[in-house]
Design a protein around this ligand. Sequence first.
Ligand code: HEC
Ligand code: HEC
Ligand code: HEC
Ligand code: HEC
Ligand code: HEC
Ligand code: HEC
Ligand code: HEC
Ligand code: HEC
Ligand code: HEC
Ligand code: HEC
Length: 325
Amino acid sequence: MLKFSPLKMAALLAAVCIFGSTLPASAAESAAAAEPAAAAKAAAEGSAYSRKGADTCINCHEDEALMHVFRTPHGAPNDPRSPFGKGQLQCEACHGPGDAHARGKGKNRPDMIDFGKGSTTPVAKQNSMCLACHQKDASHWNVGAHARNDVGCADCHDSHAKQDPMKAALTQQDTCGTCHQAQTAGQHLPYRHPTAEGKMACTSCHAPHGSPNPAMLTKTNSVETCTTCHSDLRGPFAWEHQPVTEDCATCHAPHGSINPSMLKARGPFQCQQCHQASGHPSLAYGSNNLPGRGTASVYVVAGNCLNCHSAVHGSNHPSGAKLMR
Ligand code: HEC
Ligand code: HEC
Ligand code: HEC
Ligand code: HEC
Ligand code: HEC
Ligand code: HEC
Ligand code: HEC
Ligand code: HEC
Ligand code: HEC
Ligand code: HEC
């Protein structure tokens, strides 16, 4: 009696479900039909596509973890655009032509295009495999800091995972955190956006595929980005506060802070970074009221300019000129 390991069985079943009776005659043929130039070039380079597509690969690559690819949108047989759609190249749509690899033995087995950490394939080559189908989804890719710094699509995406880590806020944040620890660590600070709860993600403010905006923000600048949610602060105000119209991040630490309201500094110090020499004293104790010889300056009593200038983001009140109401 023939014996199948459960794993092999699952792989076979997967293959049967996917291809059914309409198994493409050979992936090499479909390649030729779909992309004659590419197929000819591949043949010239001695790197032809395997004859039976995924069936060839699964003979050797049967790990259960790899087979999750069939449960993702990439495995959809009824989507003609997907790697497993009719006439497509299946595994080789991403990993490149694999005939020589499948036939090779030991040291004579040429490498496939591989992705992510530990891959020897140049990042630009890796990304070009994905961009062949996803140019539109990553249209700003080339202007972004990630492309400039050789970040690969597969540094963030995992095509063999049951669920792509970018799909949920928490797994997205963890992945970004592998490279951006400082920003992700902000979720442990007392004043922060609700990212740790999964209610917001890095992509609430950033465009991971690149954008022409500073810090790859989703909108032209921080003010535009922040006021997509904090629309009450968008203005314009009759009495504007100049830094607020320029950059919210002048005063706020968007990734979290130890100070209330996610301010970069506490109390008067936040304001005194710019208003050191303002018309009224900004020091609690001056020459006239040294400690023990008088009361602290009313302007900084209780440590906060906001006691009087409460409309710090701007005011529409007729007498709000000094941002006091
Ligand atoms: C949508 C593109 C895509 C398709 C289709 C695809 N893969 Fe992959 N494959 C990847 C990516 C991306 C990785 C890297 C995964 C990671 O980041 O851990 C990978 C990793 C692998 C690895 C692991 C290599 C290593 O270094 O350990 C093997 C083996 C593999 N794929 C085989 C296959 C086989 C066999 C198929 C068809 C059944 C297939 N792949 C279909 C994108 C794809
Ligand atoms: C006859 C067995 C066999 C077949 C068929 C086969 N591979 Fe491999 N593959 C291997 C071996 C062995 C390795 C090396 C594994 C290692 O070094 O850990 C490998 C490695 C890989 C890697 C990792 C990158 C590399 O080259 O080291 C990928 C990706 C891959 N194969 C994809 C495929 C795809 C896609 C197919 C189908 C076109 C395929 N393989 C067919 C045996 C096979
Ligand atoms: C042969 C074309 C093709 C290739 C090559 C390809 N994809 Fe896709 N991809 C698709 C299609 C089709 C979809 C489904 C799109 C949809 O439903 O609108 C998809 C969906 C996705 C999604 C969304 C997944 C989800 O769960 O919703 C991601 C992320 C993605 N691809 C990343 C990649 C990456 C990374 C690579 C390279 C390793 C790659 N793709 C290679 C065709 C391709
Ligand atoms: C820095 C991490 C990161 C990198 C690198 C990255 N992506 Fe994405 N990608 C994401 C995130 C996050 C989403 C989910 C966006 C959402 O749902 O809000 C996404 C979504 C997608 C989707 C689903 C469609 C969409 O736009 O929502 C596709 C397709 C995709 N990426 C392809 C690519 C390709 C191709 C590359 C490489 C050129 C790439 N990605 C590089 C983070 C990344
Ligand atoms: C594999 C490492 C890696 C991963 C994963 C990664 N990044 Fe990056 N990112 C970089 C590098 C490298 C740079 C450029 C150098 C820098 O600014 O630190 C960068 C830059 C940035 C910048 C600054 C852009 C600029 O123009 O100043 C932002 C914002 C960013 N990444 C957000 C993200 C987000 C959001 C994620 C997750 C969806 C993510 N990154 C995942 C490596 C990574
Ligand atoms: C509420 C909006 C918002 C969220 C959410 C957010 N960022 Fe940012 N990020 C910004 C702004 C605004 C800047 C501009 C830098 C500045 O001026 O402080 C920035 C800058 C960056 C930079 C450039 C370096 C720096 O600190 O200036 C990186 C990298 C970055 N963010 C990564 C991330 C990552 C990773 C996440 C998710 C954990 C994330 N950001 C979540 C708004 C946000
Ligand atoms: C995707 C929507 C969204 C975006 C974009 C956004 N925020 Fe928020 N913000 C929130 C939510 C939700 C809260 C939490 C409100 C709560 O807990 O009641 C919050 C809270 C805050 C708080 C703290 C409020 C308090 O009561 O302590 C500050 C300050 C803040 N955001 C500033 C910013 C800045 C600056 C930016 C741009 C860099 C920004 N936000 C972008 C949704 C957003
Ligand atoms: C000049 C410094 C400064 C700038 C610039 C600034 N803020 Fe604030 N923000 C503050 C201070 C101070 C508080 C605390 C107010 C309080 O405690 O009454 C605050 C509080 C907040 C809060 C929570 C309370 C509230 O009023 O809803 C949010 C949200 C907020 N700011 C968003 C923003 C956004 C969005 C921008 C950019 C459009 C911005 N801030 C620019 C200083 C600033
Ligand atoms: C990044 C620099 C900066 C920071 C930080 C800053 N301001 Fe201002 N502030 C300005 C500028 C610039 C003006 C406009 C000055 C002018 O028109 O002469 C201004 C104007 C004002 C005015 C109105 C002055 C007038 O004559 O109309 C008040 C009141 C004020 N700021 C209070 C504050 C308070 C309170 C804080 C702390 C929460 C603060 N500022 C933080 C730069 C700053
Ligand atoms: C006790 C209330 C009070 C406190 C506290 C206070 N201010 Fe004022 N501030 C005023 C009044 C009243 C004016 C208007 C003075 C005038 O019109 O001559 C003013 C005016 C200003 C102006 C406009 C320029 C000027 O000198 O006329 C700035 C800037 C300013 N304050 C900044 C600050 C800063 C920064 C702090 C914290 C260090 C602060 N204020 C604390 C009451 C206060």
